[in-house]
Design a binder for this molecule. Structure first.
Ligand code: PMP
Length: 437
């Protein structure tokens, strides 16, 4: 009897439990690095979130929504977006794009930009479709394409040497036009664009966007445009929306995030903006998976946008103030890193900065023939031994390319002055220990 039970149990256990679509997508660097940072870090410049509070007007909106008269804000709202939020998003993005947007069909609210991306891939990518991804990239694009049955096709940004003695800029990382063109074929369904780009902070120029747009139109390819860092652009640079270029509105889904826009990543309010011919399919995925995002959070974000629409372009606008503050923080971190010889690549946008760790290699020797890219081992060593958390750049490359650029790490500088000073202290102390025998 026992023998029979154990045999049948064994038979059951030997059957694969996970769906085939999950094969090869189970590893996630955030699980590992978030845990390492929680365990060892004194200063966490790893994961991308601010350690300063969201603006008061936004917090107050949330409190009002939560404890005000309208108790219906505690109940379900419209699946594709709380009406006040889709209305103001349509108005706001309509103004930015110079076109009339219908709140009900051209906008959909999601649980963060993350779910917006998931809806895009599930709704628009089929078995056998190819999706072009520009490396380095926000890591979830690859597993999301694979889970939809698609094949990611990677094309790298290639660094050009900066002018003598100058620090490199994220603008020095560029696409090779011929290489990019060679990736488009009749199998290509979409390209993912992320400008400003995480992790480099690159803000794609009009010429670069026109190159991509031209190829999309020529090959009838969709563009999934992840613009979550749209307001975080520095040195007078301009964020250009690819959907505003000729022939692109009809083939582009814009993805945005209130988490990044209002420094409230835990609220998980995101959105998509685009033509109904694309969004109607995103709605199908959304209604059959998540249904909708927390009503109170949507109401508060709607009020935040209402304020920003009234203050648009004015000095009091949060979308004007935040980049100013972040530019200052960027410059502090650039100085700290440059002073110790951990060469920063100056980002034109986002709140990330990638730095070259070559000069620190003697502290963390390479292990020949190891499967783990050097930068990953370095970042782990750094958090354990120096208490400073950062993310290896190889995390933003596909499997086959993880060793192409393995001597860089990414820092997040959306942090209080005290946090950045503490990081500076760690770096200075480290440098002293290195130079004095
Ligand atoms: N896209 C990019 C490029 C990101 O960096 C992030 C967050 N790190 C997201 C999307 C996800 O945004 P959200 O927190 O709104 O889900």
């Amino acid at each position: 009897q026992t023998h029979f039970v154990s045999l049948s149990l064994q038979a059951k256990m030997s059957r694969p439990v996970q769906a085939r679509r999950l094969e090869g997508t189970d590893k996630n660097i955030w699980v590992e690095f978030v845990k390492l940072a929680a365990t060892y870090s004194k200063v966490n410049l790893g994961q991308g979130f601010p350690d300063f509070p969201p603006p008061d007007f936004l917090k107050e909106s949330f409190v009002r929504a939560l404890s005000g008269e309208n108790h219906m804000l505690h109940q379900y709202t419209r699946a594709f977006g709380h009406p006040p939020l889709v209305k103001i998003l349509a108005q706001f993005f309509g103004k930015l794009l110079g076109r009339d947007l219908d709140p009900m069909t051209n906008v959909m609210v999601t649980v963060g930009a993350y779910q917006a991306l998931f809806c895009c891939f599930q709704a628009l990518v089929d078995e056998g479709d190819e999706v072009i991804i520009i490396e380095p990239f926000f890591d979830c694009y690859e597993p999301m394409v694979k889970m939809a049955g698609g094949t990611p096709v990677f094309v790298p940004l290639r660094p050009k040497a900066p002018k003598d003695g100058k620090l490199m800029s994220s603008a020095d990382w560029q696409l090779d036009p011929a290489e990019l063109a060679s990736k488009f074929s009749e199998r290509t369904k979409a390209i993912v664009l992320n400008s400003p780009n995480n992790p480099l902070g690159k803000v794609f120029s009009r010429e670069e966007l026109e190159l991509i747009a031209g190829l999309c139109v020529k090959h009838d390819v969709l563009c999934l445009s992840d613009e979550v860092y749209e307001w975080l652009v520095y040195d007078g640079k301009e964020h250009i929306r690819i959907a505003s270029l000729r022939g692109m509105w009809d083939r582009t889904v814009i993805i945005g995030s209130a988490g990044k826009t209002f420094s409230a990543t835990g609220w998980k309010v995101g959105w998509t903006v685009g033509p109904n011919r694309l969004l109607q399919h995103l709605r199908t995925v959304h209604q059959n998976s998540v249904y909708h995002c927390a009503t109170v959070a949507q109401e508060a974000v709607a009020q935040g946008f209402q304020r920003e629409l009234e203050l648009y372009g004015k000095p009091d606008s949060y979308f004007v103030q935040l980049p100013k503050e972040l530019q200052q923080k960027r410059d502090w971190l650039v100085q700290s890193l440059d002073a110790v010889g951990m060469k920063p690549i100056i980002p034109e946008g986002t709140y990330f900065l990638v730095a070259d760790i070559s000069k620190f290699k003697s502290d963390v020797p390479d292990v020949p023939d190891s499967d783990e890219p050097y930068d990953s081992r370095f970042a782990k060593w750094m958090v354990k031994n120096k208490g400073l958390a950062a993310i290896p750049l190889s995390a933003f490359y596909s499997g086959a390319h993880k060793n192409n650029y393995n001597h860089f790490i990414r820092f997040c500088f959306a942090k209080e002055e005290a946090t950045l000073k503490a990081a500076n202290d760690i770096l200075q102390k480290w440098k002293k220990e290195k130079t004095s025998p």
